[in-house]
Design a protein around this ligand. Structure first.
Ligand code: DC
Length: 243
């Protein structure tokens, strides 16, 4: 049950201290694209924590564990080996040695992930992996998720909370689904599914989706992806200069 980072780890002795950036928010706000691009531009590692929750959910489904059975999910939470590669140019995720990057994006996993990620034993397990990966990032890391600023890395150097209107989020998610080769997407259904998942993520008892008190909120509704990236890069650079 190890966590790995496949990036090079040679850092010169007078290099600046690693910078930890937490980016949280609901789905469809541009979190993943923004986080990856910011990490790539600044030479940082990148961790998609949603992919880890999806990976453990996929493992539960493929091992015939009833994802509604909280006790069964909790009892199995330590069993899968989940490894995340943190190069923003090529993030990877494997479960028990198998590439999980395709299977974790299926509707079946998307429909089950809120239930699995609400189980405290699952959150404890995945949070440990996340902290180990962040601590081992040589130059720093951009970690995206729902509870990074509040729970996983409360001492992050910079916390960002991305938001967008439900319509903008549904349109973006619909575009992603179409782009991945699916049938034409029903935007109303996409919007309803997004809102249902957000409500489950924000309403759960353990580490709900919530803006940290000291997070900078960025509403991306009227912004292009490039504008959001630029905004976050500037915020990180300002932080680095102030240290
Ligand atoms: O970002 P995503 O849609 O791939 O995330 C999948 C699910 O994982 C999401 O519905 C909530 C959960 N999640 C979480 O509970 N905590 C995180 N830090 C990241 C994701």
């Amino acid at each position: 049950m190890a966590a790995t980072s496949r990036q090079a780890s040679s850092v010169s002795p007078d290099a600046p201290a690693p910078v930890i950036v937490a980016i949280d928010g609901p789905s469809g706000t541009g979190k993943s694209s923004t986080s990856r691009a910011v990490a790539a531009k600044l030479g940082l590692s990148y961790l998609d924590t949603g992919a880890q929750y999806r990976a453990i959910t996929w493992w539960m489904l493929t091992h015939d564990i009833d994802v509604k059975d909280t006790e069964a999910v909790a009892a199995a939470a330590d069993r899968p080996e989940i490894l995340s590669g943190t190069d923003p140019a090529e993030p990877t995720i494997t479960v028990d040695g198998a590439d999980a990057s395709g299977p974790i994006r299926t509707q079946e996993v998307t429909g089950a992930v809120s239930a699995v990620s609400a189980v405290p034993a699952v959150r404890t397990r995945i949070t440990e992996l996340q902290r180990a990966i962040a601590a081992g990032a040589p130059t720093g890391i951009v970690v995206e998720g729902r509870d990074i600023g509040t729970t996983v890395l409360p001492d992050a150097d910079l916390k960002i909370f991305l938001t967008a209107s439900p319509e903008a989020r549904a349109a973006r998610r619909g575009g992603e689904l179409k782009g991945s080769g699916g049938r034409p997407v029903d935007l109303d259904a996409t919007r309803e599914a997004l809102l249902r998942r957000d409500a489950a993520d924000a309403g759960r008892k353990t580490s709900p989706l919530r803006k940290a008190d000291d997070a900078v909120e960025v509403d991306t509704t009227e912004l292009t992806l490039e504008q959001v990236i630029e905004c976050v890069v500037t915020l990180v650079e300002d932080k680095q200069q102030a240290r």
